[in-house]
Ligand binder design. Structure first.
Ligand SMILES: Nc1ncnc2c1ncn2[C@@H]1O[C@H](COP(=O)(O)OP(=O)(O)OP(=O)(O)O)[C@@H](O)[C@H]1O
Ligand SMILES: [Mg+2]
Length: 274
């Protein structure tokens, strides 16, 4: 089975420990010393970080540093060579196929590439997660689809095929699809990519609204500082396969580490204010 196979590996049923709960401080996602290589290409090299319930963690880092690879571990599309990737206290690679399926129903994933099904209309693409994961009737599904399309500001796109809409619109459909089940855990892979600044701003505000109004926990991979600033509570910066810096967003955007100043460039607060 390839690692990209969406179906989980068959593993034996086993008794999993109950997740440890500590009120608002529940750790929902934890990377613990994760290593991942592809052949001789060592991508993750001791990656560790936590995200607590209801928080939004930004992941920044240069191209090819393993940001998308990290997200794929959370949803069980990749397994670590070493270390643990825990969701709600349970190591994702240890979940049975059924358990992983149940977990995925509670997750929304905004893919970097959009990943819409080309032969289905936009509305059908959005309905799919609801048909698969809920017992809602056709009318309720139609209502939710219309609501989410309005939310991402493309109310009239329902009957179009993905090939008939722009890259930025596809991105917004991808976002609407990830959010349609009101997921507990949301993984955003470059939600701003391909969007013009005005649409980006409204999408970022929407992401922040979702964070404020729900208990959802999110990881946001993004290059754009405006997105990080609007949406994230905290940010990790990946470098050479591990976390170089993890800080609350406002501090992160006033970097002191030379590598980070170089990365954030003239947009970063430090270089503006110093
Ligand atoms: N399934 C795979 N097989 C082989 N190599 C892979 C696989 N998935 C990712 N890689 C490699 O791992 C590295 C990290 O990839 P990843 O997609 O996580 O980068 P990224 O940090 O998301 O970069 P970008 O900002 O460009 O999206 C890249 O060199 C990529 O080619
Ligand atoms: Mg990526």
């Amino acid at each position: 089975m390839s690692e990209h196979d969406i179906s989980a590996p068959e593993t034996e049923e086993r008794q999993a420990p109950e997740p440890t709960k500590t009120g608002d401080n529940d750790v929902i996602i934890r990377f613990d010393d994760v290593y991942k290589s592809f052949g001789s290409h060592h991508i993750l090299r001791g990656l560790s970080f936590d995200v607590k319930r209801g928080k939004v963690l930004g992941i920044m880092g240069g191209s090819g540093t393993g940001k998308s690879v990290s997200l794929r571990h959370v949803i069980g599309l990749l397994t670590p060579d070493k270390g643990r990737v825990e969701v709600e206290g349970r190591n994702v690679p240890d979940l049975t196929k059924h358990e992983l399926g149940e977990l995925r129903k509670r997750m929304g994933y905004v893919f970097q590439e959009g990943a819409l099904i080309n032969w289905l209309t936009v509305a059908e693409n959005l309905s799919l997660p609801l048909k698969e994961n809920s017992k809602l009737g056709a009318d309720e599904i139609e209502h939710l689809v219309a609501e989410k399309l309005s939310m991402v500001r493309i109310p009239d796109a329902g009957e179009k095929l993905p090939s008939e809409i722009s890259g930025g619109m596809k991105k917004r459909v991808g976002l609407a699809r990830a959010l349609i089940t009101d997921p507990d855990i949301i993984l955003y892979d470059e939600p701003n990519a391909g969007l013009d600044p005005e649409i980006s701003r409204s999408i970022n505000e929407l992401m922040r609204e979702i964070a404020d109004e729900s208990d959802a926990t999110a990881l946001v991979v993004e290059h754009r500082i405006e997105c990080i600033e609007t949406v994230c509570d905290e940010v990790v910066f990946l470098h050479e396969g591990k976390v170089l810096v993890q800080e609350p967003t406002q501090e992160f955007l006033r970097p002191t580490h030379p590598r980070l100043i170089e990365f954030l460039g003239p947009e970063s607060r430090s270089s503006v204010s110093r």
